[in-house]
Structure formats: structure tokens, C-alpha cells
Design a binder for this molecule. Structure first.
Ligand code: ATP
Length: 250
């Protein structure tokens, strides 16, 4: 069997007396599409923040492509090939959609987004082609701050995908999106990521979205992994139904 692309070993994060994540040991193979589920406060975002360098783990190790990346900062993890989107879209409101993509691309490549020289014709082509794949070309010159919430989230996801990172973590890509727009939102987000061969982890509360887009589920509960495996098996797990989903929502 080939080696995992990504591995966490005994990952832990404490904030004072609060244990936000504990003993998280996960192996992710290249090309997997994994949903992370868990009720509010279960530790999902803390996990994503540790993997992407926004939080330093209190204990444990993160390995990516065989290298120890524990403790790297967000720019370093981006340059290693790990990118993310946010629960609340993080875009530069004053800049256009294309400029936002360029900032994300450059930050993921050489980390000098402020240097004007970094904006090369080749990078503009890459950014435009990513906008095209995410269906955002028509708004390339629109200031990001004027976009509706759903489009802002699409931009945030496209910013995580530009430059074809190997691992992409999406923090609640469908939150704040109306129920009937969720599937369309996921279609436009997942298809281009899949096409680029990215390995995808996404945090999701809607089990219909999980069933449709994930091939594996990791369920978090009180900072630990309660269940990890095949979608149908995890969603039917008695503990997951009791502590994570709640029968009325399944
Ligand atoms: N910066 C922080 N300082 C103190 N406690 C924190 C901090 N960040 C998270 N926590 C705590 O860690 C626990 C896990 O939070 P986390 O945001 O990871 O949960 P979550 O599963 O992502 O929840 P949600 O679905 O609401 O986003 C919670 O008890 C939270 O209050």
C-alpha cells in the first residue's frame, strides 16, 4: 500500500484549561474526498487551523508528503501545498476578484504578495484560468467587497485552489448558503478541485451534502475522533447518530 499524503499523529490543542483537540491521528491518502463532521465546538476548525498553520499544536505531529510540517506558519504550509478556505470568506474587499486570486497565488508560491514585480503575465494567466474553472470570470474586475455572500465564498474557495495545491481544506463551504443553493455551491467548488487532482477535506453540517460529496467521513466529538471510515458506515454508527448527527437530522 502506498504511503499517506497526509498524516497527523496524536495531535492536540489546549487553550488554558480547554482541550479543543486531543489525540487526533489520521491518515489521508492522495485523492480522497473527506467530510469532517461534528457538532458545534467539537474541534473541527481547531483541527483545520493546526493543519494549515493558523494554530500551533500543543502536542503531536503533522506529516505532509513525508515531511514534518508541524509548527509551520500559514504561508509556509501554503507553499508546501496545503491550502484552505474559511467559514467566513476571507477576501480583500477593496481589491478586484482577479487581484484577490493573484494575492492567493503569489502567497502560495513565493510569499511576496506585496511586490508588484510578483504579478507576472504567467501568474495572471493562471489566476484567470482558475477563475474560469470556478465560473467566476465574468466578475474578474469586480471589487470583492461588493459581492453577495455566496459568491464571496466561491471566491474564497477558488483562492484556496489557485495554483493547484495538493491538499485543500474547506471550512464549512455551504454555511451561510441557502438550502437550495448548497448542492450547486458544492458542484462548482468540488468539480474543479477534483479535476486538478487535489485531496479534499471539507467541514460540513448537512448530511445530504456529506452523502453526496464525500467518500469518507471523520466524525469529531469533544475534540477527539469518534469515528472514521466509509460514509454509510460512519453515518449509521450508533455513537455518531447519538452525539454528532442527532436522529432527527440524519
Ligand atoms: N482561540 C480559542 N481560545 C479558546 N478556546 C477556543 C479557541 N478556539 C477554539 N476554542 C474552543 O475549542 C473548542 C473547539 O472549537 P472549534 O471552533 O474547533 O469547534 P468546531 O467543531 O469547529 O465548532 P463549529 O462547528 O461551531 O465551528 C471549543 O470549546 C471552543 O470554544
Amino acid at each position: 500500500m502506498s504511503a499517506p499524503l497526509f498524516r497527523t499523529i496524536g495531535l492536540e490543542k489546549t487553550f488554558g484549561g480547554v482541550v479543543a483537540a486531543k489525540d487526533i491521528s489520521i491518515d489521508v491518502m492522495s485523492g480522497e474526498r473527506i467530510a469532517i463532521i461534528g457538532s458545534n465546538g467539537a474541534g473541527k476548525t481547531t483541527f483545520v487551523n493546526m493543519v494549515t498553520g493558523y494554530l500551533t499544536p500543543s502536542a503531536g505531529q503533522i506529516l505532509f508528503d513525508g515531511h514534518d510540517i508541524t509548527g509551520l506558519d500559514p504561508r509556509q504550509t501554503a507553499q508546501a501545498g496545503i491550502r484552505r478556505s474559511f467559514q467566513i470568506a476571507q477576501v480583500f474587499a477593496e481589491m478586484t476578484v482577479l487581484e484577490n486570486m493573484l494575492i492567493a497565488l503569489i502567497a502560495g508560491q513565493d510569499g511576496r504578495p506585496s511586490a508588484r514585480a510578483a504579478i507576472t503575465p504567467e501568474r495572471i494567466d493562471i489566476a484567470r484560468s482558475a477563475l474560469d474553472r470556478f465560473g467566476l470570470s465574468v466578475i474578474a474586475d469586480t471589487p470583492a467587497g461588493t459581492l453577495p455572500q455566496g459568491t464571496r465564498k466561491q471566491l474564497d474557495i477558488a483562492m484556496a485552489a489557485v495554483g493547484d495545491p495538493r491538499l485543500v481544506l474547506l471550512d464549512e463551504p455551504t454555511s451561510g448558503v441557502s438550502a437550495d443553493e448548497k448542492m450547486a455551491m458544492m458542484d462548482t467548488a468540488i468539480a474543479p478541485l477534483d479535476a486538478s487532482g487535489a485531496t479534499i477535506l471539507f467541514i460540513e453540517h448537512d448530511m445530504d451534502v456529506v452523502r453526496r460529496y464525500a467518500d469518507r467521513v471523520i466524525a469529531f466529538y469533544e475534540g477527539t475522533v469518534l469515528a472514521d471510515g466509509n460514509v454509510a458506515v460512519v453515518l449509521e454508527d450508533e455513537k455518531v447518530r447519538k452525539y454528532v448527527i442527532g436522529d432527527s437530522h440524519a
